[in-house]
Each structure stands twice: as structure tokens, then as C-alpha cells.
Design a protein around this ligand. Structure first.
Ligand code: COA
Length: 162
């Protein structure tokens, strides 16, 4: 039987409870979910691509059909290489819509057989993004509600060493 492989792409600098919420939902729908960490130098990430991937691997270790990977270049080319037919994106608020709409239609133009599916995280994460988490952590504010415990430790180490 054909297995449906879905890619959940993003910068994940770092992975948050909001991302994890989407990953858990997706893992219940698709046979396999690949969480794909983008290079995205334009965002000047504080964690290396390897560190971002490692954190995802750690916090999803109990979800059997989820794996983390790295990608560079066009998302749809990467998805084709992985034989994925679905791209997952989280929609937190109306403000996400325009950008996501544009990205999803562009990806469809580039690779018509790949569909983008939007999932909504629990509303308690609708305001959350990685920038907010990084900013709070940089001021030593408590972010334990927003990230898994493992990521919390990595954030503390990162800002202590800077
Ligand atoms: N919970 C918490 N935060 C969430 C979230 C959720 N459920 N969903 C998204 N976010 C946050 C992210 O943390 C990120 O925050 P930040 O900007 O503070 O870092 C923000 O919302 C959106 O970013 P993200 O989901 O990481 O996506 P992105 O916009 O950085 O990544 C790529 C976009 C990497 C998927 C896209 O640029 C891409 O595909 N690049 C490859 C090149 C390509 O193919 N380009 C053509 C595409 S049209």
C-alpha cells in the first residue's frame, strides 16, 4: 500500500511547543512526517542547522513516524526527492494567511502534485513564534511554557555562553 509522506518545513530556531503541537497532529494523519530544517541564513539563526535538527530529533523521539532532516534549496525539489506528496504548514492567525497562500501557490506551480495542508495548533500557541522565544530567553525570562524542557536547557546554555 502506498504510504503518504509529509514534509513539515521551517527554520525551527528553536522548535517550540507550537511546532510540536503541529508535528503531533500531522503524525496522526500521515504515514511518515519529515520535519525539515531549512538553512535560512537570511534569518541569522542562533542555533546551527545541526543543532536545530538535533533538538527536533530529541523532542520527537517518542513519536515513531517522525524524523528530522536538513534541507537546502527549493522545498519542492527536496520533497520530490523524499517522495513526499504533502507539505504541512501551521496556521496560527489570519496574519499568517497571506504569506502562506503565496508560498503554497508558488510551490504548487513548481510541483503540481504536491499539496500544502494547513493545520491549526492549539489556540494557546497562536501567538507564539521562535523570535519571541529567543528574545525572552536572551533576557533570561522564563520560557518553560513555550518550549520542551530539552530546548529550554539548550537556550539557557546558548545565552549563558554568549
Ligand atoms: N508554533 C510556533 N511558532 C510557529 C508555528 C507554530 N505552530 N508555526 C510557525 N511558527 C513561527 C516560526 O517559529 C517562525 O518564527 P520566526 O520568524 O520568529 O523564526 C515563523 O512562525 C514562520 O516561520 P517558519 O514556520 O519557520 O517558516 P519560515 O517562514 O521561516 O520557513 C520555509 C519558510 C523554510 C519553509 C520557506 O522559506 C522555504 O520553503 N524555503 C526554501 C526555499 C523555497 O523553496 N522557496 C520557495 C517557497 S515559495
Amino acid at each position: 500500500m502506498k504510504k503518504t509522506i509529509a514534509i513539515y518545513p521551517g527554520t525551527f530556531d528553536p522548535v517550540t511547543n507550537g511546532h510540536l503541537d503541529i508535528i503531533e497532529r500531522a503524525s496522526g494523519i500521515f504515514d511518515k512526517v519529515i520535519v525539515a530544517v531549512a538553512v535560512n541564513q537570511s534569518k541569522k539563526p542562533i542555533f546551527t542547522q545541526e543543532e536545530r535538527k538535533e533538538m527536533i530529533t530529541n523532542v520527537t523521539s517518542d513519536i515513531e513516524n517522525v524524523e528530522a532532516d536538513l534541507f537546502e534549496g527549493l522545498l519542492v525539489r527536496y520533497a520530490e526527492k523524499k517522495r513526499a506528496t504533502v507539505i504541512i504548514r501551521g496556521l496560527r492567525a489570519i496574519s499568517d494567511f497571506e504569506y502562506e497562500f503565496q508560498m503554497s501557490l508558488t510551490n504548487r506551480k513548481l510541483s503540481p502534485a504536491i499539496n500544502t495542508i494547513f493545520l491549526m495548533p492549539n489556540e494557546k500557541y497562536s501567538f507564539l513564534n521562535s523570535s519571541i522565544v529567543r528574545e525572552l530567553a536572551s533576557y533570561d525570562a522564563d520560557v518553560k511554557e513555550f518550549v520542551p524542557a530539552y530546548v529550554l536547557e539548550k537556550l539557557k546554555k546558548k545565552f549563558r555562553s554568549n
